[in-house]
Design a protein around this ligand. Structure first.
Ligand code: ADP
Ligand code: MG
Ligand code: MG
Length: 892
């Protein structure tokens, strides 16, 4: 039979799975010889049993009884003993800290008799009744499920009757009366008496803590924080120490460093004559921890000493709960403390400089997510603000601008140099122009994986989505808030993509020093920039994965380079067909003869060539993977409905060009374009299209070489599912390259490879590698096709339900699905390399900048990840962390 109860002396900090974080660290402190009140921990395993079977496991009751007996022996008094009661707290504590989410009951063991004993023993009647009323209050709320306000209101009423707002003005008599009132509240609302039997109190409290694991707010918190649902919580039973024994007692919280900035110093709050949560509950004004020194210098000195011991022991920032009972300091909790992103970087470097950790560990102490947070501009915290709505923090950053409700209007105002916020119910691919033009995007619908959110993150643009309180009226050009405030086009709002807050008016913004650093103009005397710099240098030196950029133009390419990109992993060519050039694509589609088609292609080619020349120039000496045109052609044509309406309205006067266009739109219309005529399929059925692109690439390479440059082109064929498709395109492409003297047989040839984004390609990778010099995993499509759902369709309709049900813990479009999609990637990598050992492997989906996916790519042995320029630093850092995690970093 498993052991379900551990004395604090039996555990240690590494047993968090079993003892929860609080229990494991209480044990650790106990074993360090720190003053922790004795107690024991009931394991998470017991909790899981309880939750699963609706009852405690066999043997638990006896184990608890045994441990309690030992505790009583050590303390020299029994739980609730009438003349001198042992009191305990029953405290929740799961593996991951869930602040305020779960329950704790203090002062267990008090009843009508033992309260008298406590009063006599302590010589403090007020204290005894204060403790008793606290027990009934916490027990009533937590264990009996009574509305907490009922107790709060009764307390307020007693204070009001006394004409005070300070609980310290209540005397023993007041508190004794309050106990009576509380008992009545229990009777009226729980349909039972407050239980006087100490052991019953304890058992009920233990079960209530177990049950609190499934309280709605705990469930919600876990979902948000991605904490697994089935861990359960441990329960700690801990002898009480009392901060409410008088002014020589008190309770406090402290950090060993500032969790906001990372600076060393004394950070914390203290409250005299108080218990438990008083210090954070705001019932009285707390004093800064430093002031404790003047009240109780010995305790203060001891606390400082213990904080140093803890920091040196955990080698990290710790947070602490302590209580002083009549001049004696007790430690009630510690853990490695949460911190802001900036503090994480600063603290990691400080600890490395102090010699507590080495540089590799400093790299491990920070995350790509934290780095990403440091890269967005922020609102000035000190500014006055008026919040008008709250949505989801979809893409961090701080954006200010005039609201506009259409993509066209966004572009128009932005072209005039105005800052705009694009407000939509939700966005779709047509809004791209507006999203690019806008400073930020605000939507009233859709979650963190909605189109707006995904695209905004990709662009590094601020986005608040799913602000459901907003009623967006696009036609009228205004939105209305929950409170009825109407905000019309042209009015200024500020949106905070890190918190989801929406403010009326302009909130001042401060730029990110970290981005300035990556841009090359950073201030290395700033300690945050310095920390980022040193950690990035180390990550770069240990990582094995290359990091490239997804970039379609020279500007992005140049930024990618500044940010440390080692080439372009995905240059999409379809953007090169938009804008003024759309006309030429229309001509291509409407061409009725080979001559007309060729004329259209000939007009496009020089434009493409000059695009490529610019990109090769920006990426000189580094590889540039160019994907030939991928989307279905109708994306370049007018909308079917709009065009039909236009033609219908014009009747007999319809423009003949419109009629031809309409016919083409209808001809190309597909039920399911994602699975239709696109990618390599398009290249094989529209003669000359791919050839034109390959020629433009070849000529750009030749031109750059002639100019003394070092272009490194790689041609990537999209959507291949069978090696035959690739061979057909490859033969034509090779001929064109050869004609330009850069074929595979020549010196420094242009490579030809394919995207692996159709499951069949992954499954036949051994064959496909015969015709491909590289693979790049297009994990957006690969995810869609593996799961059989399209991102744009499912994110709004059922993703939130799926996340709720735990079908996946995180959207497979955000983080690569290791089991399914990942398996295909592994198969393709292995079989591809069996055919061609020097096959280059990369990934170019959105996942290339996602920390967990970067780790997957490292583990799978890919050569590089490719992501949007703004994500490059994140990918570099995570690639370093992945190498350190796997123990196969480059320097070891
Ligand atoms: P949380 O996880 O919400 O911090 P805790 O279990 O730490 O909950 O307890 C709530 C409060 O009660 C904390 O302020 C804690 O320090 C205090 N507390 C818990 N156990 C004891 C005890 N045995 N003696 C005195 N105070 C305690
Ligand atoms: Mg606590
Ligand atoms: Mg694709």
């Amino acid at each position: 039979m498993p052991k379900y109860v551990y004395d604090f002396t039996e555990g240690n900090k590494d047993l968090k799975d079993l003892l929860g974080g609080k229990g494991a660290n209480l044990a650790e402190m106990t074993n360090l010889g720190l003053p922790v009140p004795p107690g024991f921990t009931i394991t998470t395993e017991a909790c899981r049993h309880y939750l699963e079977h609706g009852g405690v496991p066999d043997g638990l009751d006896t184990e608890i009884a045994d441990q309690l007996a030992r505790l009583e022996e050590r303390m020299g008094k029994r739980l609730g003993q009438a003349d001198d009661p042992l009191l305990v707290s029953v405290r929740s504590g799961a593996k991951f800290s869930m602040p305020g989410m779960m329950e704790t009951v203090l002062n267990i063991g008090l009843n009508d008799e033992s309260v008298q004993g406590l009063a006599r023993q302590s010589g403090n009647e007020r204290f005894a009744w204060d403790s008793y009323r606290r027990l009934i209050q916490m027990f009533g709320k937590t264990v009996l499920g009574i509305e907490g306000d009922l107790f709060e209101d009764a307390l307020e009423a007693v204070k009001a009757a006394k004409g005070t707002e300070d609980d310290l003005d209540l005397d023993a008599g007041d508190l004794q009366k309050l106990v009576g009132t509380y008992k009545e509240i229990v009777r009226a609302h729980a349909g039972r008496e407050f239980p006087g039997d100490p052991r019953e109190q304890m058992d009920l409290a233990v079960k209530a803590v177990f049950d609190s694991w499934n309280a709605p707010r705990a469930v919600l918190y876990r979902r948000q924080e991605r904490i697994p649902v089935d861990l359960g919580t441990a329960v700690n039973v801990c002898a009480m120490v009392f901060g409410n024994l008088g002014m020589d007692s008190g309770t406090g919280v402290a950090f060993t460093r500032d969790p906001g900035s990372g600076q060393q110093g004394v950070y914390g709050d203290y409250l005299s004559n108080a218990q438990g949560e008083d210090v954070v509950a705001g019932i009285r004004n707390t004093m800064p921890l430093q002031e404790l020194e003047s009240i109780d210098a010995p305790s203060y000195a001891r606390l400082m000493e213990i904080m140093e011991i803890l920091e040196n022991h955990y080698r990290d920032l710790c947070d602490i709960e302590f209580t002083i009972e009549r001049g004696k300091l007790w430690m009630l909790q510690t853990r490695v403390g949460k911190r802001t992103a900036g503090a994480a970087f600063r603290i990691a470097m400080q600890l490395a400089d102090q010699g507590l950790i080495d540089l590799d560990e400093a790299v491990m102490r920070v995350t790509g997510g934290q780095l990403a947070q440091l890269m967005f501009p922020r609102f000035d915290d000190s500014a006055a603000t008026r919040q008008i709505a709250k949505g989801m923090n979809a893409s961090p950053g701080a954006a200010v601008g005039k609201v506009v409700f259409s993509s066209a209007r966004a572009k128009e105002l932005a072209d005039r140099g105005e800052d705009v916020i694009l407000v939509r119910r939700e966005t779709n691919p047509d809004d791209l122009v507006g999203m690019i033009a806008a400073q930020g995007i605000l939507t009233s619908r859709g979650g963190k994986t909605s189109h707006a959110a995904v695209v905004a993150r990709g662009m590094g643009k601020t986005c608040v989505c799913g602000a459901e309180d907003l009623d967006v009226d696009v036609e009228a050009g205004r939105f209305t808030t929950h409170e009825g405030l109407v905000v019309a086009e042209g009015e200024v709002v500020s949106i905070d993509g890190s918190t989801g807050a929406v403010y009326l008016g302009e909130v001042p913004v401060v730029p990110s020093a970290v981005v300035e650093y990556f841009e090359g103009s950073g201030d290395l005397s700033d300690d945050l920039v310095q920390a980022v710099h040193r950690i990035m240098e180390r990550a770069d030196s240990v990582r094995r994965l290359g990091v490239r950029a997804n970039a379609d133009n020279a500007e992005d390419a140049a930024r990618a380079r500044r940010f440390g990109g080692q080439g372009i992993g995905l240059c999409r060519t379809e953007h090169m067909f938009l804008g003024d050039r759309r006309q030429l694509v229309e001509d291509l589609i409407l061409a009725e003869s080979a001559g007309e088609r060729q004329a259209a292609l000939d007009a496009l080619e020089p434009l493409q060539r000059s695009d490529f020349i610019e990109i090769f120039t920006a990426m000189d000496g580094l590889p540039v993977t160019i994907r030939l045109i991928d989307p279905p052609l109708h994306e370049f044509l007018p909308n079917l409905t709009e065009l039909s309406v236009k033609v219908a309205l014009a009747g007999d006067d319809a423009d003949p060009k419109d009629l031809r266009l309409l016919a083409a739109v209808k001809r190309l219309h597909e039920q399911n374009p994602m699975l239709g005529l696109r990618g390599v399929r398009l290249g094989l059925v529209i003669p000359g299209l791919f050839a034109m692109q390959v020629r433009a690439i070849a000529e750009a390479v030749v031109a750059r070489r002639a100019a003394g440059g070092d272009p490194r082109a790689e041609i990537m064929i999209p959507l291949v599912g069978a090696v035959q498709e690739l061979e057909a395109v490859r033969d034509e492409a090779v001929a064109i390259l050869r004609a330009n003297g850069i074929g595979p047989d020549g010196e420094s040839p242009v490579l030809i490879g394919t995207m692996i984004e159709v499951p069949r390609a992954a499954l036949t990778a051994g064959q496909i590698a015969e015709a491909a010099e590289f693979f790049s995993f297009g994990t957006n499509d690969l995810t869609q096709m593996t799961w059989g759902f399209s991102r744009d369709d499912v994110e709004a309709s059922f993703f939130s339900r799926y996340l709720e049900l735990g079908v996946f813990g995180v959207s497979p479009f955000e983080s690569l699905d290791r089991d399914g999609v990942g398996r295909l990637v592994r198969i393709a990598a292995e079989e591809g390399r069996k055919t061609r050992p020097d096959l280059k492997l990369g990934i170019c989906g959105e996942h290339g900048g996602d920390p967990d996916s970067v780790h997957f790519c490292h583990e799978t042995g890919l050569d590089y990840v490719s992501c949007s320029p703004f994500r490059i630093p994140v990918a570099r850092l995570e690639a370093g962390r992945a190498a350190l995690t796997c123990g196969d970093s480059d320097t070891r």
